[in-house]
Structures are given as C-alpha cells and as structure tokens.
Design a protein around this ligand. Structure first.
Ligand SMILES: CC(C)(COP(=O)(O)OP(=O)(O)OC[C@H]1O[C@@H](n2cnc3c(N)ncnc32)[C@H](O)[C@@H]1OP(=O)(O)O)[C@@H](O)C(=O)NCCC(=O)NCCS
Length: 159
C-alpha cells in the first residue's frame, strides 16, 4: 500500500500521486502537500501547510513544524554510524540502533538535494541552500549553504 492505513492524515492534505509515494505510520497535519516519490517513515511528524517536494525522504525521528518547505530530493538521516548487520552477523533490526531525532521549526525552508544529519534542529524560518549538508543546528532566520553548511545570510534581509 503506498499510503498505509497506519498513517494519520489531516484535513485537506494533498497527495498528488497516491500510488507513487510510500507513507507509513506517520502523521501529516492539515493542508500539507506531498509530491511524488516521497517516503515518510513511521513516527515522522509533519505539521500543517507544509510542502514536501518530490523524491524527498523523511525518516523516523523527524519532526517538522507548520509551514515548512522541503525541496526536491531532501534526505534526512537518523543513524550516524549505520551498519547492515549486527555483531552476530544478522541483518540489523530496530533493536540494534537508536533513532536520533531531528527537528525542523516553523516556517523553515530546505533547498533541493540538501542532506540533514541526525540530531539537528533547523531554526524557525531558516533557509537551507540547495545541496547543503547540515551537520550543526541552524539558528532561526539564517541562510546556510555548503558542505558543511555555514551561515551566509539572514532571510529577513532577502524577503
Ligand atoms: C542559498 C540561497 C538561498 C542563496 O541565495 P542568495 O541569498 O540570493 O545568494 P546569492 O545567489 O547571492 O549567493 C551568495 C553566495 O552563496 C553562494 N551560493 C548560493 N547558493 C548556494 C548553494 N546552494 N550552495 C553553495 N553556495 C551557494 C553563491 O555562489 C555566492 O557565493 P560568493 O559570495 O562566493 O559569490 C539559494 O542559492 C538557494 O540555494 N536556494 C534554494 C533553492 C531551492 O533549492 N529551491 C527548491 C525548490 S525549486
């Protein structure tokens, strides 16, 4: 099922191609729009009036507040030292790693192809440049770019 019945989906949520997404166990609040080829994992929380563009991956542990823009192909991370197998050589299961939470505060925007490392908080109305790799918390209203992402400006001077 591209949209599992385990999802909690609010009022007037728009999912452009219901057969081309993979949503399970997540919560999506009112009036949010979800593009094609988006995966949202269980326990991820998406606020109201967000835009999640195509090809983005929002993993367990990600919480997104209201009015957040997620560009195309944005990748979130919840495991800093990933491994396929555990110490016994078996495929890892949920018991073998701890989810590290990430928060995107109200009104923030994340440019296309950005990667957000586990455990990060992106501040209110911050703007993450296309292709940035975010490895530190981002202050409210900052514009950041690059690898690793560094502050280059303030959105209040741009908009
Ligand atoms: C980060 C961003 C907001 C900067 O825009 P801006 O404030 O107008 O900045 P400028 O274009 O004047 O560039 C300022 C500097 O940052 C650099 N820069 C701009 N965007 C960059 C990016 N994404 N990554 C790396 N460097 C970037 C510029 O080369 C310039 O460097 P310089 O000062 O050494 O010449 C914008 O470039 C961006 O990436 N926006 C996201 C767009 C996006 O992904 N939209 C998704 C939906 S289509």
């Amino acid at each position: 099922m591209p949209i599992s019945p385990s999802c909690k989906i609010g009022k007037s949520v728009v999912i452009h191609h219901k057969d081309l997404v993979n949503l399970y166990g997540c919560s999506i609040d009112d009036e949010t729009k979800i593009g094609a080829f988006v995966e949202i994992q269980k326990n991820a929380i998406i606020g109201k009036k967000c835009k999640i563009s195509s090809h983005s991956f929002l993993c367990e542990g990600v919480s997104i507040e209201d009015r957040v823009f997620i560009g195309h192909g944005v990748m979130f991370i919840n495991d800093i030292y990933p491994q396929a197998t555990n110490e016994y050589g078996d495929l890892q299961s949920e018991n073998d790693w701890q989810i590290i939470e990430t928060f995107v505060r109200e009104g923030a925007s994340i440019g296309s192809n950005a990667t957000i490392m586990a455990g990060i908080t992106i501040g209110k109305n911050a703007l993450i440049g296309a292709g940035a790799v975010v490895i530190n918390d981002i202050p409210d209203f900052s514009i950041v770019t690059g690898v690793p992402a560094k502050v280059i400006g303030d959105v209040r001077k741009k908009r």
